[in-house]
Design a protein around this ligand. Structure first.
Ligand SMILES: *Cc1c(COP(=O)(O)O)cnc(C)c1O
Length: 477
């Protein structure tokens, strides 16, 4: 199977060839030439598989160029119960991504029991092992450079720690993350992980990363790469848990379900779209945003109007605070019938700071056939949902999951089982939990006292040359 670019101007490539990269050379995003299909017979065979075996079955369809025995070893090593044991006390940790039933037909899929208490671990852990495998084969090395305000950076560090051939240089805004998030990242002592605390805000850190990435000579000499949310390996690994959630919430493969997904960059729900295109019986994909509602606006009005970073609200579900949704292009490619010249036309408008409008086009009429509906949630909604879920079911949920649950319940079609994806554990967002419930969230045992562990980080001014010098000093040869 080959991967093509949404913009239509790049040479088709294999899974392994696109694994370590980001954007296609034409500026587009990679997608399979055709979505692999899952037959009813396969669904029946997959229904009772363990998570690791299910991941192998799904990933085999996306990465046929990796020898089966190698891929099996990688999925087995990635999806073990020990790695996903940071669960709430009454969670079924014998399973990976267990389904928590609030009441008949209303479920939470626990995706946040990995090392950093967010669903990003589900895919990032696989990516770490795939990267190491690919780099070993080509005797290569990779220096991952990124900027984070929390979730992505820590998931990347925990996925890449101790991996040969890989170093991580992760920039974060000095003194701007919660004590818990800071401790999670800065307490890592692995010699291949470098935390850099920039004296500035997140955007300063992001600008530094861009400046280094735009120096092509430096970038290629020092093997600089990224692990951002457009990476195809991450999206494909996220497809797996839609199958897992479906099997857990249904009794037979004739049933339809709805998934509700707290969304930011459209990576998570894009994986749901792909699972549906493969033939998984998903009737509704419910997209939830917070106050940053660029995606809700599109599904309601047909207008995609990314905001500037200055118009991005800082909310209590911060991992969904985005101004534009980097993976959205993948869905729009399918929406326009994979017409890459149409897609280029839309993105020329977006890249120039504008918007596009699908009203009065056949795409608006086609939109309902993709199963998406959407809604938004506010800070007050989050507080209300966290409180109601705690009082009614005795289950504590985080702010992002609350956005998903609120919008999911509002938008679900009557009679469909609803599976809400849990994208983080409440322990990660203590302040809002205290505001909603007046008590501190439960912490997984392994995280107790994490703030008092010794921390290691390099404090730096907003200075490109200083950043480059730091990388040079820490990359041998
Ligand atoms: C990243 C993240 C999201 C948003 O996921 P996308 O794939 O960017 O749509 C939602 N919730 C949490 C907790 C996250 O870390």
């Amino acid at each position: 199977m080959k991967y093509i670019s949404t913009r239509g101007l790049a040479t088709p490539k294999t899974f392994t060839e696109i694994l370590l990269g980001g954007l296609a050379p034409d500026g587009g995003l990679y997608l399979p030439e055709e979505y692999p299909q899952v037959t009813r017979k396969e669904l029946d065979e997959w229904r009772n598989l363990s998570y690791a075996d299910l991941a192998f079955a799904v990933m085999s369809k996306f990465a046929p160029d990796i020898p089966a025995a190698d891929l099996k070893a990688i999925t087995d090593k990635t999806y073990t119960a020990e790695v996903y044991s940071n669960a709430r006390a009454d969670s079924d940790v014998s399973q990976i991504a267990p389904l928590l039933t609030l009441e008949p037909g209303l479920h939470i899929l626990e995706l946040s029991n990995g090392p950093t208490l967010a669903f990003k671990d589900m895919a990032m852990q696989l990516l770490g092992n795939l990267f190491e495998y690919a780099l070993d084969k080509q005797h290569g090395e990779l220096n991952i450079l990124g900027a984070t305000s929390g979730d992505t950076g820590s998931a990347a560090e925990y996925a890449m720690r101790g991996k040969h051939g890989i170093r991580v240089f992760m920039l974060s805004p000095h003194g701007k993350m919660s004590a818990f998030q800071t401790a999670q990242m800065y307490s890592l002592q692995d010699p291949n992980i470098f935390n850099i605390a920039v004296r500035g805000v997140f955007d300063d850190a992001q600008d530094l990363v861009k400046a280094v990435s735009n120096d092509h000579a430096f970038k290629s000499k020092y093997h600089i790469g990224t692990v951002n949310s457009i990476n195809w390996g991450r999206i494909s690994a996220q497809v797996v848990y839609y199958f897992k959630g479906y099997f857990a919430a249904t009794e037979s493969n004739g049933e339809q379900v709805a998934f509700s997904v707290p969304s930011g960059n459209f990576g998570n729900i894009c994986a749901g779209h792909i699972a549906r295109m493969m033939g998984l019986p998903i009737a509704q994909l419910i997209l939830a945003t917070n106050e940053n509602d660029v995606l809700d606006e599109f599904f309601k009005t047909g207008i995609y109007r990314p905001r500037g970073t200055a118009q991005t609200f800082h909310t209590s579900s911060p991992s969904m605070d985005i101004s534009k949704a980097s993976n959205f292009e993948r869905f729009v490619f399918d929406l326009v019938g994979r017409d890459s010249s149409k897609l280029r036309e839309f993105w020329e408008q977006v890249d120039a700071g504008g918007a596009f409008d699908i009203n009065d086009t056949p795409y608006w009429d086609a939109l309902p056939s993709f199963g998406f509906v959407s809604g938004k949630s506010t800070h007050q909604d989050r507080l209300d949902t966290i409180r109601a879920t705690w009082e009614k079911y005795g289950v504590m949920i985080d702010t992002h999951t609350a956005d998903g649950l609120k919008v999911g319940i509002e938008q679900r079609r009557h009679g469909l089982p609803l599976i809400c994806l849990e994208t983080a554990l409440p322990a990660k967002f203590e302040a809002t939990i205290i505001e909603a419930l007046g008590c501190e969230p439960e912490r997984p045992v392994s995280m107790e006292g994490i703030e008092s562990l010794p921390q290691r980080c390099e404090v730096m001014e907003v200075d490109v040359e200083a950043l480059k010098a730091f990388i040079v000093a820490n990359v041998p040869g």
